[in-house]
Design a protein around this ligand. Structure first.
Ligand code: C2E
Ligand code: MG
Ligand code: MG
Ligand code: MG
Length: 290
């Protein structure tokens, strides 16, 4: 009796395992044609200056809508796109798409307002690809976006995988005039020595550290330390995942420069973002829409 239930247990486990594998393989196969079938799109999330509550730019985030699988989270499909190498093509597509959108928004904005920037995520795999510098240069040339308004977000782990190659690529990107931002700061394993050698102008504090600030969380000490260190290195600090007024007020009081989060707007398609901003305090401040 015990034996047969054991077998059933294994069979059950086997089935779960099989379903997981099938899902991963299914997702991988579906992802291969996603760009050609027009299933990929870009969403934009506002980044806001805490000093005056004004919009400074957007982070571009990839979205994938599959007819059967529905909307698949980037947390699920980006790692698969990295493993398969698809991220190289899809990332290049997103970069140009986002740059084009920003050029349109910049053209529609009043001259006396500060120029908007666009922030794009660069994966480990892209950072390892020697063609990346050329891809970025070509996107800037084809869209006419000024290099200084393009931020490239990289992670600590992205650099640590192969520090020599990554740092050489980052220096070449800096030479193009783009700005580098360290994304999800604090969640990786880079030593201070490496962090110092990354020519980044911006540090983005991961939202796991932003949670609970203003409510006495231990995270407050960490955020204060990161802000102090970044400022000493001449870097600006962006807090991610800001959802409440309490968090926002605390971050402002402790010298954080920029914020991004549901409090100021979720990631939305370009049209939806404009419509949403028209209805809310976070005005896009466009003269006319193109
Ligand atoms: P990330 O770069 O750290 O992006 C921020 C994530 O936080 C986004 O998740 C965004 O939707 C979410 N978020 C923003 N504000 C809030 C908030 O107030 N509360 C909460 N709980 N979440 C918030 P998303 O869009 O699901 O993307 C997840 C991750 O996938 C990104 O993390 C990034 O690492 C990756 N990713 C997304 N698009 C791309 C892309 O085009 N290329 C690459 N290489 N990675 C991408
Ligand atoms: Mg990011
Ligand atoms: Mg981030
Ligand atoms: Mg994050």
């Amino acid at each position: 009796k015990a034996k047969s239930s054991g077998r059933n247990g294994y069979a059950f486990f086997d089935q779960i395992l099989h379903e997981q594998v099938r899902t991963r393989v299914e997702i991988e196969q579906a992802l291969r044609g996603a760009l050609d079938r027009g299933e990929l799109s870009v969403h934009y999330q506002p980044i806001v200056d805490l000093a005056n509550d004004e919009l400074t730019g957007f982070e571009a985030l990839m979205r994938w809508d599959h007819p059967q699988l529905g909307r698949v989270s980037p947390l699920e499909f980006i790692p698969i796109a990295e493993d398969t190498g698809l991220i190289v093509e899809y990332g290049a597509w997103l970069l140009e798409e986002a740059a084009n959108q920003l050029v349109r928004w910049r053209a529609a904005r009043a001259d006396d307002l500060p120029p908007l920037h666009i922030s794009v995520n660069i994966s480990v795999r892209q950072l390892r690809d020697s063609a990346l510098v050329g891809v970025v240069r070509r996107a800037l040339r084809r869209t006419g976006l000024p290099a200084s308004t393009l931020w490239l977000e990289i992670t600590e782990s992205g650099v640590m995988e192969d520090p020599e190659t990554a740092l050489a690529t980052l220096r070449a990107l800096r030479a193009l005039g783009v700005r580098l931002a360290i994304d999800d700061f604090g969640t990786g394993y880079a030593s201070l020595n490496y962090l110092r050698s990354i020519p980044a102008r911006i540090v983005k504090i991961d939202r796991s550290f932003v949670a609970g600030v203003g409510e006495g969380s231990h995270n407050e000490a960490i955020v204060k330390a990161v802000v102090a260190m970044a400022h000493a290195l001449g870097q600006r600090v962006v807090a991610e995942g800001v959802e409440t007024v309490v968090q926002r007020d605390w971050l402002r009081a402790y010298g954080c420069d920029l914020v991004q989060g549901w409090l100021y707007g979720a990631p939305r398609s370009a049209d939806a973002q404009v419509a949403w901003m028209d209805r809310t305090a976070t005005a896009l401040q466009l003269d006319h829409l193109s």
